[in-house]
Design a protein around this ligand. Sequence first.
Ligand SMILES: [Ca+2]
Ligand SMILES: [Ca+2]
Ligand SMILES: [Ca+2]
Length: 730
Amino acid sequence: MYLWERSRATAAFAAILLIGAAAPARADEVEQVVNGGFDGTADPFWSTAGMPIALTDGRACVDVPGGTTNRWDAAIGQNDISLVAGETYRFSFDASGDAGHVARAITGLAVSPYDTYFEQSPVLGDVQHYSYTFTASASTEQGQVAFQIGGSAEPWHFCVDNVSLVGGVPPEVYVPDTGPRVRVNQVAYLPSGPKGATLVTDATTALPWQLNDKNEKIAFKGTTTPRGIDVSSGQNVHTIDFGKFARKGAGYTLTADGETSRPFDIDGKAYEKLRADALKFYYTQRSGIAIRDDLRPGYGRAAGHVDVAPNRGDGTVPCQAGVCDYTLDVRGGWYDAGDHGKYVVNGGISVWELLSEYENSHAVRKIDLQIPESGNRTPDILDEVRWELDFLLKMQAPDGQVHHKIHDQAWTGLPLLPDQDPQPRELHPVSTAATLNLAATAAQAARIYAKFDAAFAARALAAARRAYVAARTNPISYAPESDGVGGGAYNDSKVTDEFYWAAAELYLTTGEKQYATDLLASPEHTADSFGSGAFDWASTGAAAKLDLALLPNRLPGLNTVKAQVTAGADKYLAIQKAHPYGVAYAPANNMWDWGSASIVANNLVVLAAAHQLTGRDRYRDGVLTGLDWLLGRNALNISFVTGYGEVNAQNEHSRWYAHQLDPALPHPPVGSLAGGPNSSIQDPLAQEKLAGCVGQFCYIDDIQSWSTNELTVNWNAALARLSGYVAELH
Ligand SMILES: [Ca+2]
Ligand SMILES: [Ca+2]
Ligand SMILES: [Ca+2]
């Protein structure tokens, strides 16, 4: 089995929402709320101190005090609610409030540990009816329905009426809105590149299609190629090839079978912006520094985890109990994903891929990322990666091994800005994988940063050598799968690939024979490293081979490594050719992995490497065709990149880009790559809405779906390198 998943604790509840959807009544529906209409009295509802309930026109109203911090600092609710695990409930109410204010409506446990079983945070205005359904997975007689309305700087007015929690409601069936049946890259095709589209249809014989320009004049036409049933989606599909049309322009559409696609451009410019946006993503992921609003309008925030309350801070972090007797200063680095954890193995692969983009591109050195270090004499991409490298170096233990990760003691809820996280922080045990991640990336950094900061380069190389020796001394310290409370486990018990990768980077930097000897003796050297997915945080053999193949070195028998890279690329090309959506990824049994969008992107990076190695057009064309899937030519008709394409992912799971939960917070920044379809749907929301999903359909753009729709530093590194390659093609 392919090791990909960040094992995580599963939440103890399931939730589903449908605004305004009235489920059909059933005989066994039971009202759980007493006096939800506030008839003559507010009893048995309670409210927090200093905020008495007034009955106004038969509704319950309160003057919410200003100056509170948390949503739960001001609330109205009712206790003694009964919930039965597995039952579906409809939670509904009428609410109003001063425009723009938010009520967090919850069903949860009224006693410690105050679990939340369901929550929604509608933005209020004039009176509106709200209705949601969810399925309880815990049984209790001590449930609670509440409206949490604190957290506002200024006072405001809130009213609620007709509060209802009805049990025995049939669950809603979720049907995604997939728009027109003609599926295209919603961003842009390169004028000189291939241009493919996919038509979903019942027809089994060829159909005419036409390309229209922005004035709706026919620019080109042809007939479709029937492709039968696509395994990855279960759909009957045709493909459309308009690659011979090469006229630049904006606002083109494709029409076939009575359906017209979403608009797209024929132009390469978008990819220059995308490559920069994909890199700019890292600044707003930074820990340990205030994010400047002048550099990222709408994203400014206080520094996270710098030892200012309520943060416990990352300045003197102890280990988990019994793990070590020292503390480390591990401030800085990037937050890994939508949580506040920092993980060496995921940071390591991200650093590698971004530095790899740097080593393979001259143009990227000139890109202004609008970060505090812009305008100094170091390329911004290196300044940004340095923020993470300094953190990785701090994670090295006194004996040369490296701590696997540092994160909160317990999982936190959403939304939660980094500087508001109250959880204690802990270092987790050292691991061989983390130690080798530092060896690989610090060795890579040593050769790249030497001309900008010789002292740093020397320090990095010394740390890399020390880590490599420490890993050889401790070769089987595996991070356990069970260590997934408060942060992802990132467990990996196969580290021959990490040993190979570290030896490769040390060899490329130093040219020393000892590292060549280790490379040639490694079982990875002759193994096929190009599996269903090429490389990721747990599988680094292919990453090493790309660097050995592309960078100057004198490794004996190097041609066999180059041949492995092109053989891997040929395998992905063959998969793509057979795929009617042009995907260079065909997981066994159509079980799409966690983070599939980044797996697709990284397989395309292998094609790009083969293009660099051989100059053959078919690899370049494969990259471009594969890109189309990420940007809208897919079963869901959605671009997995925020801000790119007419319909794009914008509610990725994050504690601070949590606009879906709090309108005062932003969406994820443009250029964020969503996780993408994940057949295992580990989160409760996906389990509710996507049960029984086929391949490509196992995705939902909802902030609660952390297993299909998170964002991470390693996934964006794949997008950055891929879009960087594409940006330089035209
Ligand atoms: Ca009433
Ligand atoms: Ca700079
Ligand atoms: Ca591994």
